[in-house]
Design a protein around this ligand. Structure first.
Ligand SMILES: Cc1ncc(COP(=O)(O)O)c(C=O)c1O
Length: 451
């Protein structure tokens, strides 16, 4: 009997033994093609020796230093590398706060937003607006801003109620379904909800708006139409509200750009990072604060009243430096951008399966929504969970995909995400699509058998 506290005690999990490139092996001798980079984390692939070496070099020098006592060279180097990748407007004066993962990054960003205003003598602003159908992390602050009812329900008594505007979910845009708006109007209508929410909450109460540039796990790679983020930026600026980009999943190349919001030329005030920052080699997250936010602290108390023991961990930061070096040296952001259309063209072949309702996303982050009726977009019943069925069928043929559910209203809606490491070869991509077809076909057969 194991003493490990499993995610799901009713499921059995294979024991991983090794991994190299896009291939992951278990102790039973099974090999899996990692079609989702773990949980969209292992963006560079597994077993990169340069990163392992950088980690051991740092380990042999010093493993731990507390940021109340020291700063390490790895931490300084990584801060600079991150700022260098950021939009030009952030290059001078931005600073980076380190965490151990995405939830801590979001938690930090929210506290940073609050502290920024208090430092400026504005104690009134304490409200963060977010969107329905979004995921920002599992800690209390991050979960309060999250718009995924199933993940929040149990913990509602611990969470803070805050305004949430509509999701950006083009496939299920209500006014388009009703035939009363077109795509562009739908996009701007969703963005304009932010202004109404700010006015309703009181413009002097709102400190920040947080959103994922392209929504990840909660809807499955739902990208807004052009104009959405530009309008959101305008509204935030108009009311002095900070724009927090949750780039935990989208940051550092996943969408074929350094940061997700780069796709629309939008510059946020705070950027949250995690996952791809160390590409899974060690736990690591970061928060980039714009010069304007940094100045609030520098010009006032000088202190951000916040901290984690492992913030700026030298070994994690060394892993981050090596991961970004690898990303740059191999031109992987450009590689993702150049492969994007081929990647989606191949995924669109999956429409031959009736259960595929939508194929969407950007870069190497794709969501495939599974529906009971493609014509009406009717979702499957919540049980059995069709996304889990596809995941299980994929695992049987040695393929890892990332399932998600509850995208429509927290209960209904199934999707899977396909988001391979940026280093996947064309041959491996072909293998991925081949296995995915087998898995979808098998899942479709079992769904039909249940009808
Ligand atoms: C957009 C986004 N924000 C925050 C998080 C939380 O990150 P972590 O699980 O590393 O705490 C996630 C994790 O999936 C995420 O996708």
């Amino acid at each position: 009997m194991s003493n490990f506290f499993y995610r799901n005690f009713k499921r059995s999990y294979p024991t991983i033994s090794s991994a190299k490139g896009v291939w992951v092996n278990d102790t039973e001798g099974n090999s899996y093609l990692d079609g989702c980079s773990g949980a969209i984390v292992a963006n560079l692939g597994h077993g990169i020796l340069e990163i392992n070496d950088a980690i051991s070099r740092q380990l042999s020098q010093v493993a731990f230093a507390h940021t109340s006592q020291f700063v390490s060279q790895a931490t300084l180097d990584l801060s600079k590398l991150i700022v260098d990748l950021a939009p030009q407007q952030l290059q001078t004066g931005a600073r980076v706060y380190f965490t151990s993962g995405g939830s801590e990054s979001v938690e930090t960003a929210l506290k940073m937003a609050r502290a920024h205003f208090v430092e400026r003598g504005d104690n009134n602003r304490d409200t963060v607006i977010s969107r329905k159908s979004s995921y920002h992390g599992s800690t209390a602050g991050a979960l309060s801003a999250t718009g995924h009812p199933a993940r929040r329900k149990l913990y509602l008594p611990l969470l803070r109620a805050q305004p949430q505007i509509s999701a950006v979910y083009p496939y299920r845009c209500t006014c388009r379904t009703q035939g009363v708006c077109n795509k562009a109007e739908c996009t701007l209508k969703a963005a304009d909800e932010l202004e109404s929410a700010i006015l309703a909450a009181g413009p002097d109460k709102v400190m920040a708006f947080i959103g994922e540039p392209v929504v990840g796990a909660a809807i499955g790679a739902a990208a807004p139409g052009d104009g959405y983020w530009e309008r959101i930026r305008q509204i935030c600026t108009k009311y002095g509200v900070l724009l927090i980009a949750d780039e935990v999943m989208t940051g550092l190349g996943r969408l074929g750009s350094n940061f997700g919001l780069d796709l629309w030329g939008v510059v946020p005030d705070i950027i949250c990072l995690g996952k791809g920052l160390s590409a899974g080699y060690l736990p690591l997250g970061a928060v980039l604060a714009s010069p304007q936010v940094v100045e609030s602290f520098e010009n006032n108390s000088g202190i951000f009243e916040h901290g984690f023991t492992y913030s700026g961990h030298p070994v994690s930061c060394a892993a981050g430096v090596a991961a970004i070096d690898y990303l740059k040296q191999h031109g992987l952001v450009a590689r993702v951008a150049s492969r994007e259309s081929e990647f989606f063209a191949a995924l669109k072949q999956l429409f031959k399966f009736e259960i595929v309702g939508d194929v969407r996303g950007r870069g190497f982050m794709a969501g495939i929504e599974l529906v009971a009726d493609r014509q009406t977009k009717q979702p499957f019943a919540p049980e059995p969970r069709v996304s889990q069925l596809v995941r299980a069928e994929a695992a049987k043929v040695g393929l890892l995909v990332y399932p998600g559910s509850g995208s429509i209203d927290g209960i209904n809606g199934d999707h899977i995400m396909v988001a391979p490491p940026f280093t996947i070869t064309d041959q491996e991509l072909e293998e991925l699509f081949k296995r995915l077809e087998i898995a979808l076909k098998a899942a479709m057969m079992s769904v039909m058998a249940l009808r």
